[in-house]
Design a protein around this ligand. Structure first.
Ligand code: COA
Length: 535
């Protein structure tokens, strides 16, 4: 291992200005997180508590082992999408430790529109299940939901990836031996009732949790039968008559205690397949990343300096340092876990794509997880590189990256554009987890390029039609395109649409990766079968 040598000048004006710029971004992230953590409106929260119920975030806190971290996923999903709804889409998802075992926790927030599911709530639930499934994490679902948010039917009901996929995945996960526990802490109506019904063990709170395919009103309308909540779907009935639920709890706290007991009896926790080394802090302060990431999109970031601040002891065994130098590849450890890192240090050329292919192949051979740090304008264009076969070099990189079945992760640290975004393990290639830093951006191309391309197309059409336009008219045409691309490419838009699992700040990155590397080291190894490499 070689210690990466930092050339950073922490006394420079540039460092100071970058740091100030990044600190403002981090403050914005924390403000958004705070707004999400509050939940629904004051009145809804007060009513919730008055019913004797514990607020959802506190339920999660009481469920997990005291003092252990909770890695929240999709916390900004749905940001600014639904009127009067805070980010998070009315559901909390994340990984927490229960009785010493990592579990996926999914909790409805009944203070947000009765805990009903918007399209984004469905996608967030489905995503959490997929992460749990891939990593064989037990799933604990705290159910307190009115089911579908009826006005958003098209995003909830008909398609794959929506509400029905929750059930489909429950069955698939169960077949693969992933334990699933539901805690019915509120109403579970119609489709919602199938979530607990498809679980292995169900806890229900007396006088508070109800499960039925149709509530009392619907039952009366459909059959004329008059029946109260308790008789139709209460905890006592389901635990003693129907057998739909298994454990009757007296209140939320009791239900959470029973749930912890269930997790305790799930059997042996899988052991890691790898022995991590003792964790070490990087040799350089992680906070310095704030001063390294360029505040100006036109000025590239020195990403080698970032890698030096993410790996243990800043020790990095670089692979092919003299070849394909627009991509840095090599091995280091994060909190003791070995990881293969690919970090952009410029535009992707033929050599960089070939190096990436070779490197990914080695990591697969050695069963080492991959971490892509994406900050790339794309692949090089032009006659020379085309004649060198950049298309087949890029295809090789994509084949290697896409085929690799080792755990793989992406962090968008800077601007990640076009095919570069895709080749650096973009979302369509199903990373095990994907994050953006607050400065992360991604789009087909940058705002200025998009505005210019569309202006050129318009100018050609104008030419065909014998029209011309003034500089001012051209600018008036370009300005809204630029704005649209700027809004699109931001990390928070990606988080709102669940195109990334979360926005994390640089200083959290090592801890987040440590947790994920630990979890993925405990799942069974999957063989990789590479697709055809175009030679
Ligand atoms: N679709 C859309 N909005 C819904 C909704 C639904 N299924 N259920 C509740 N809401 C909205 C309410 O309109 C209200 O909105 P507001 O805050 O803008 O006023 C908010 O959610 C809270 O509802 P409220 O009834 O005041 O809360 P509550 O805690 O007393 O009861 C429920 C929550 C979920 C038990 C109750 O609203 C209910 O029974 N909803 C219908 C459930 C149902 O039949 N779902 C079938 C879906 S397949």
């Amino acid at each position: 291992m070689t210690k990466l040598k930092s050339l950073l000048d922490t006394g420079s004006e540039d460092f100071r200005a970058n740091t100030a710029h990044y600190r403002a971004k981090v403050a914005e992230l924390h403000a958004l997180r705070r707004s999400q953590r509050v939940g629904g409106p004051e009145s809804a929260r007060a009513r919730h508590v008055k019913k004797g119920k514990i607020l959802p975030r506190e339920r999660v806190e009481r469920l997990i082992d005291p003092g252990t971290p909770f890695l929240e996923l999709g916390e900004l999903a749905g940001l600014d999408k639904y009127d009067g709804v805070p980010p998070g889409a009315g559901i909390i998802t994340g990984i927490g430790v229960i009785e010493g075992r990592h579990c996926m926790i999914i909790a409805n927030d009944a203070t947000v529109k009765g805990g009903t599911y918007f399209g984004m709530t469905c996608r967030k639930h489905v995503r959490a299940q997929r992460i749990a499934w891939a990593n064989r994490l037990p799933v604990v679902t705290l159910v307190d939901s009115g089911g579908a948010f009826l006005p958003d039917q098209e995003n909830i009901f008909p398609d794959e990836g929506q509400f029905g996929s929750i059930f489909h995945q429950q069955v698939g996960m169960s077949g693969d031996g992933v334990p699933q526990i539901a805690v019915v802490m509120g109403p579970c109506t119609a489709g919602g009732a199938y979530i607990p019904a498809l679980c292995d063990e169900v806890v229900i709170v007396r006088g508070q949790g109800f499960m039925y395919l149709g509530g009392p009103e619907l039952t009366f309308a459909a059959t004329g039968e008059k029946v109260d909540n308790e008789t139709l779907g209460g905890g006592k009935m389901h635990c003693s008559v129907s057998g739909v639920t298994d454990h009757l709890a007296e209140d939320d706290a009791h239900a959470l205690a029973i749930t912890r007991e269930i997790v305790k009896h799930l059997g042996e926790r899988p052991s890691p397949r790898k022995t991590p080394a003792p964790p070490r802090a990087p040799a350089y302060a992680v906070e310095e990343i704030y001063g390294i990431v360029s505040r100006d999109p036109k000025v590239p970031t020195e990403n080698r300096e970032i890698v030096a601040r993410l790996v243990d002891g800043s020790d990095f065994h670089e692979f092919k340092p003299l070849y394909g130098d627009t991509l840095m590849t090599g091995w280091g450890r994060i909190h003791g876990h070995e990881v293969g890192i690919l970090a952009n240090t410029g535009v992707l050329f033929v050599e960089a794509a070939l190096k990436a292919t070779h490197f990914i192949n080695l990591c697969v051979q050695r069963d080492i997880p991959l971490l892509f740090l994406a900050d790339v304008n794309g692949f090089m264009v032009g006659r020379e590189v085309e004649q060198m076969g950049i298309a087949k070099a890029g295809a090789k990189m994509i084949t290697a990256m896409s085929s690799a079945r080792v755990p793989k992760f992406t962090i968008i640290t800077g601007g990640s554009y076009g095919a570069g975004y895709l080749a650096m393990l973009g979302r369509p290639f199903q990373p095990d987890a994907m994050f953006a830093w607050p400065t992360g951006r991604a789009a087909i191309m940058g705002p200025e390029q998009a505005a210019s391309v569309l202006a050129q197309v318009r100018a050609q059409i104008n030419g065909r039609e014998g029209k011309t336009w003034t500089k001012e008219e051209e600018e008036a045409f370009k300005a809204p395109i630029r704005k649209e691309y700027e809004d699109f490419q931001g990390a928070y838009n990606f988080a709102s649409n669940l195109w990334v699992d979360s926005v994390i700040e640089p200083c959290e990155t090592r801890d987040v990766m440590a947790l994920l590397l630990d979890i993925t080291s405990r799942r069974p190894k999957v063989e990789t079968h590479f697709g055809v490499f175009r030679m």
